[in-house]
Design a protein around this ligand. Structure first.
Ligand code: GTP
Length: 157
């Protein structure tokens, strides 16, 4: 069977770990230095139910609530990974605002989304409870994960 291409956009506030999650997923390593992203595309092949997929993971520049949703991420994108940091209330607000803009620009009622609360290794600095993330994901009809890009850990809630 020929492979299928799927494009996934990784979006969220600055410094929540979008690049770190992408690099951990594609290269299996964690880079501690902080280098703000403009845009970066990673490619990875994966197999699901005997179908080969080529994933294009677009690591986007950090957004805030005042950013205009970049129109290039509203077309040709099969799904979205919306990332906040569990240590940042601001980043939690920003994923809500990205979600609202995404529905507005696509004109859709539901969009395939995975909501990710990253940096779970920083549990002493946690500001957003797992339950809050779960509730938001339910509202978005999204899958919810908490992760640590640093420790390469995922918990499915
Ligand atoms: N402790 C901890 N630090 C993390 C984790 N993920 C990312 N970081 C750190 O957080 C900082 C920002 O990470 P990036 O991956 O560059 O964040 P980003 O969301 O891509 O940032 P922008 O490109 O500005 O939008 C870096 O110093 C990372 O090392 C994590 O799971 N745990």
């Amino acid at each position: 069977m020929p492979f299928k291409q799927r494009k996934i956009a990784v979006m969220g506030y600055r410094s929540v770990g979008k690049s770190s999650l992408s690099i951990q997923f594609v290269e299996g390593q964690f880079v501690d230095s902080y280098d703000p992203t403009i845009e970066n595309t990673f490619t990875k092949s994966t197999r699901l139910n005997s179908q080969e997929y080529e994933l294009k993971l677009v690591d986007t520049a950090g957004q805030d609530e005042y950013s205009i949703f970049p129109s290039q991420y509203s077309i040709d994108v099969h799904g979205y990974v919306l990332v906040y940091s569990i240590t940042s209330s601001k980043s939690f607000e920003v994923v809500k605002s990205i979600y609202d803009k995404l529905l507005d620009i696509t004109g859709k009622v539901t969009v395939p989304i995975i909501l990710v609360g990253n940096k779970t290794d920083l549990h002493m600095e946690r500001m957003i409870a797992t339950e809050e993330g779960k509730r938001l994901a339910e509202n978005m009809k999204a899958i919810f994960l908490e992760t640590s890009a640093k420790q390469n850990q995922v918990s499915i809630n």
